[in-house]
Design a protein around this ligand. Structure first.
Ligand SMILES: Nc1ncnc2c1ncn2[C@@H]1O[C@H](COP(=O)(O)OP(=O)(O)OP(=O)(O)O)[C@@H](O)[C@H]1O
Length: 226
């Protein structure tokens, strides 16, 4: 049995308003193994983004344990959590968040240069990552010269640079048409088959067809689905 790369135990996160407590994560137990494609779905406001943000160390839980690749995210300080994102966990959002003035290869090289990789080596690896996501030949295009689906692929390539093993994506196909959506799910499947662990939150029910494991979130509670 392969050990989980991500494991959470009883994570809780609540927001208190004047009138009520909103549970964004309620006793969430979750595991993902190397190479696993996990699809998480649920109604708007159910807690999908909260869970991804907690796994990425972008937000802190009120209580519970979160282990990602041996790092205790719940107790790590801000610097250690930033290090985890630089080395292990890549995040992709609905909006690609690329730098408009940078070419595809420059956008992907950025996190490598942030890690101290030389400009030449960063560019070589960035070009390799772009090839991996099916964008060979488009390295020197600016984001506005790419389709929405291609821009998301650049975001995926950037998230995976530097050998990062975990990909977290929050509604990555929210701005894509139907064909580009399926292409992106197909890419996630291929990456997981190469050993990447992907946790994808998606409203699109077709995501479930590509995943190994499915969960629904209902009011912050994570429930396994077949
Ligand atoms: N900073 C905050 N302050 C107060 N409430 C918040 C905050 N962030 C999230 N919430 C609440 O926590 C709940 C879960 O939010 P979350 O963004 O995780 O849901 P989601 O499933 O990702 O929704 P969507 O599909 O609309 O993106 C919601 O009820 C939301 O209003």
């Amino acid at each position: 049995m392969i050990s989980p790369l991500i494991r959470t135990q009883k994570i809780r996160k609540a927001y208190q308003s004047e009138v009520e407590t909103v549970w964004a994560a309620r006793d969430v137990d979750f595991e993902a193994r190397p190479g696993e494609f996990v699809c998480i779905y649920g109604a708007s406001g159910s807690g999908k983004s909260t869970l991804l943000n907690l796994l990425a160390g972008l937000d802190l839980a009120d209580s519970g344990e979160i282990q990602v690749s041996g790092v205790d995210v719940a107790t790590a300080d801000e610097k250690q959590r930033a290090q985890l994102r630089l080395e292990t966990v890549g995040v992709v959002f609905q909006d690609h968040n690329l730098i408009d003035e940078f070419t595809a290869v420059e956008n992907v090289a950025l996190p490598l240069e942030a890690r101290g990789t030389s400009a030449d080596a960063a560019r070589t690896e960035a070009a390799d990552q772009l090839r991996r996501v099916g964008l060979a030949g488009l390295e020197d295009r600016l984001p506005r010269q790419l389709s929405g689906g291609q821009r998301q692929r650049v975001g995926v390539a950037r998230a995976l640079t530097g050998n990062r093993a975990v990909l977290l994506a929050d509604e990555p196909t929210g701005a894509l048409d139907s064909a580009a959506t399926l292409e992106l799910f197909t890419l996630f499947r291929a990456l997981c088959d190469e050993g990447i662990t992907a946790v994808i939150c998606s409203h699109d029910p077709r995501c479930r067809d590509y995943a190994d494991t499915r969960y629904e979130i209902i009011d912050g509670r994570l429930e396994a689905r077949s």
